[in-house]
Design a protein around this ligand. Sequence first.
Ligand SMILES: [Fe+2]
Length: 268
Amino acid sequence: MLEVIHISDTHLGPDRSLDIRGANSCARTEALVKSINALPFLPDFIVHTGDVANDPDPGAYALAQEVLSDLKAPVYYATGNHDDVSMMRDALTFGEHTSLVEESADQLCYRIGGTIKEKVQFYVMDGWVPPEEGPHGFLSENQVEAVLSDITGEKPVAIFLHYPLVPVGSKWIDEHLLTRNGLAFQQRLLAAAGSQLRGVFTGHLHRGLKLFHGGVFHSGVSSPACEFTAGPEDDFCDFLPGGPIPFNHVSFTGDATLVKSYSLPLEA
Ligand SMILES: [Fe+2]
């Protein structure tokens, strides 16, 4: 059994004052950390699926390190469309991992290590594209090859990245926020991992998400900063500030993936 906490989209500013549509992202992230630390168990690890910062700024990552390093378990980070890989590498403490791309590359693509590495093959991938092209994602072939060739098919596999791979049934999101080659990657992933594929875990939507597509389980967690609308015919995502603070507790058992969603009230 592995116990994992999934968080995302903290959107921290260069100092503690940043409000996003009236919600202070630092105060809400600090409340998130406090709640995770108060859980009656110690997670094996915590994964943050990107948008650590609201804008790529060294001060934002210094603040992220200050706030998120209070978490009691190793933390792994994926790159969001608001993030900068080199700033993340410089400022953030990652749990033990094995990089699957050149360390100098502008990509965070790695196998999660530490105490779990003998049990499972869990990967963090980087779908970042330049802001002028985004906010969709794209998985480069070097990453796809590296991950797929690493999968043995003998251990449970999970993928963590910022951008959802498959349509979620909301017009603007499906046109603008997905991994452009997500469906093709899912097919290849399924071929490599088979029944060992235990799920794909994402952020970016500022919405909780659980869906089953093509035989693959997908789970997303919302943002502590603000939520988006996601109506079927929405032409754009509107902001819904002031929502509860979300995190997912994901349990990987011998034969199942269980997601328990937390929505914490907040005074901040
Ligand atoms: Fe975000």
